[in-house]
Design a protein around this ligand. Structure first.
Ligand code: GLU
Length: 502
């Protein structure tokens, strides 16, 4: 294989959808695997859809994911510039070249005229198509006398350049994921290549840039598959070798019905963007929700590609090592928000406890608690198996930091017996005289006392948990009381007894 060069070519029309991040990731993995180059090209020729801040967002999102751009706006490179609006001057000559070759033509039809034709066709139950069947009756350099259209050109009349799609010809091409495809040109229209505003359309700019940037493989979303016949025709018209193509399957909604959209995230409460989008209609991001980039990338990589083994946890290096386009599926991949959390949990439990403690300490500080990092280590080891995010640690440990304000009524009904207050008072005096307040020390003392008295272990411990925690949740009781200490333990027993009743 000659030198692999791939590009991710987003349009800065808003925040980058996770489907777009996956496209970038697969390009990146493919480049890494093959020793190739990963290029970021910003496709901003559609001025009407340009959104301020989107370009920066794309670059920041890729950085957060650990997807390293080798050639791009910030990185530079020998095939730049890498923003299409900075390459404006390049495209016109290519459109003209196609006109000279007879594969494209000037068209002067106004938007109003075309809208009228569309609505008339619609009324008659048809769809208007600008193609070999209609172009002779329209306003263009194929239907008009050359003197007429040349005059229009020199008068600078608004004009576009359209591709002259053959009347009926089978185009054969291959997609690495979809296999061989045949499309007849009779089903295609004469797409605009160059607009009256002096800008190329996506189709022209995309092909010219892929050629000039020496792109070897175009890996992009399935939504671009319908454009592929035109792209193949353009390569042919220019006399250029086409790159190889791989169209990635869609990311589907969690129920599998249709494409995953921004709205689904809002409705079902999970982000569909890597980072928070701060402009206009804001949107949640994986980063701000507490996901680790490694977990996010790992999850995305497996949405559409499979390694052919049972392995699910991969570092970026391992992904690059294992990745291949022939293991990308043809059908859409259902997005599973629970699985996304599962991935984060897997990464969280593998983090060094000190790192989690530092993160959690920040969280606690913002809630007004200043706790020694060593003590947080202990706490995190007690609960990390139960959480997917550092912010969730609070929900599992809030009672470590403050005595309960209320007590679960259900538990009271079930566990608070007539003899409970007396038993808890006995337990209080036992703990008050226990010097070794380590988990093992208190456990040994309490168990010996229960045994000696012939009490029911469950009954005592449930009531004990109720006064310490306020509910029947949390880690091992002796770990809790050792962490909060003797004074706090005794005071919570007192508080519980007076609140629930002797
Ligand atoms: N600018 C197109 C997009 O936003 C790129 C499609 C392609 O990769 O060819 O998806």
């Amino acid at each position: 294989m000659s030198q692999v060069r791939v590009r991710f070519a987003p349009s800065p029309t808003g925040p980058l959808h996770i489907g777009g991040v996956r496209t970038a990731l697969y390009n990146y993995l493919f480049a890494k695997k093959t020793g190739g180059t990963f290029i970021l090209r910003i496709e901003d020729t559609d001025q009407a859809r340009f959104v301020e801040g989107a370009e920066e967002y794309i670059m920041e999102a890729l950085k957060w994911c650990g997807i390293k751009v080798e050639e791009g706006i910030e990185e530079g490179g020998s095939c730049g510039p890498y923003r299409q609006s900075d390459r404006k001057e390049i495209y016109r000559q290519y459109a003209d070249l196609l006109v000279e070759k007879g594969d494209a033509y000037y068209a002067f039809d106004t938007t109003e005229e075309l809208d009228y034709l569309r609505s008339e066709s619609e009324k008659a139950g048809n769809t208007f198509i600008y193609n070999a069947g209609t172009r002779d009756k329209l306003n263009n350099s194929l239907s008009l006398d050359s003197a007429v259209w040349n005059k229009k050109l020199s008068d600078h009349e608004a004009c576009v350049i359209r591709y002259k799609m053959p009347l009926s010809e089978d185009i054969h091409f291959n997609d690495i994921i979809r296999g061989n495809i045949v499309v007849n040109t009779g089903t295609l229209d004469d797409k605009v290549l160059f607009k009256s505003d002096g800008m190329p359309t996506y189709h022209l700019a995309n092909i010219v840039d892929d050629h000039l940037m020496l792109i070897s493989h175009v890996i992009r979303g399935e939504e671009w598959l319908p454009s592929l016949p035109l792209h193949i025709m353009l390569y042919r018209s220019f006399g250029w070798d086409a790159p190889l193509f791989a169209h990635l399957p869609l990311l589907l909604k969690p129920d599998g019905k249709g494409k995953l959209s921004k709205r689904d995230g809002d409705k079902m409460g999970f982000p569909v963007f890597p980072l928070f989008w701060p402009y206009g209609e804001t949107a949640k991001g994986y980063r701000e929700e507490g996901y680790y980039p490694e977990a996010f990338v790992n999850m995305l990589a497996l949405l559409g590609w499979n390694p052919g083994t049972e392995q699910e946890i991969f570092t970026m290096e391992e992904l690059a090592e294992a990745f291949s386009l022939d293991r990308v599926g043809k059908s859409g991949s259902r997005f599973d928000p629970e699985k996304a959390k599962w991935f984060n949990h897997q990464y969280l439990i593998k983090k060094p406890v000190e790192e989690l403690a530092m993160e959690f300490r920040e969280f606690l500080r913002s809630h007004g608690y200043h706790i020694d990092i060593i003590r947080l280590d202990i706490l995190i080891n007690l609960v990390k198996e139960r959480v997917s995010f550092v912010k969730d640690i609070w929900d599992q440990t809030d009672f470590f930091f403050k005595a309960p304000d209320n007590y679960d009524q259900e538990v009271i009904k079930k566990r608070w017996k007539e003899e409970t207050p007396a038993t808890l008072l006995e337990l209080r005096s036992l703990l008050s005289s226990t010097d070794d307040f380590t988990p093992a020390g208190t456990e040994a003392a309490v168990k010996a006392w229960i045994e000696e008295k012939g009490y029911n272990m469950g009954a005592v411990m449930n009531a004990f948990r109720l006064v310490i925690v306020g509910a029947s949740r949390g880690p091992h009781m002796f770990d809790i009381i050792s962490w909060i200490g003797k004074t706090e333990t005794l005071s919570r027993i007192d508080k519980g007894l007076s609140a629930i009743g002797r």
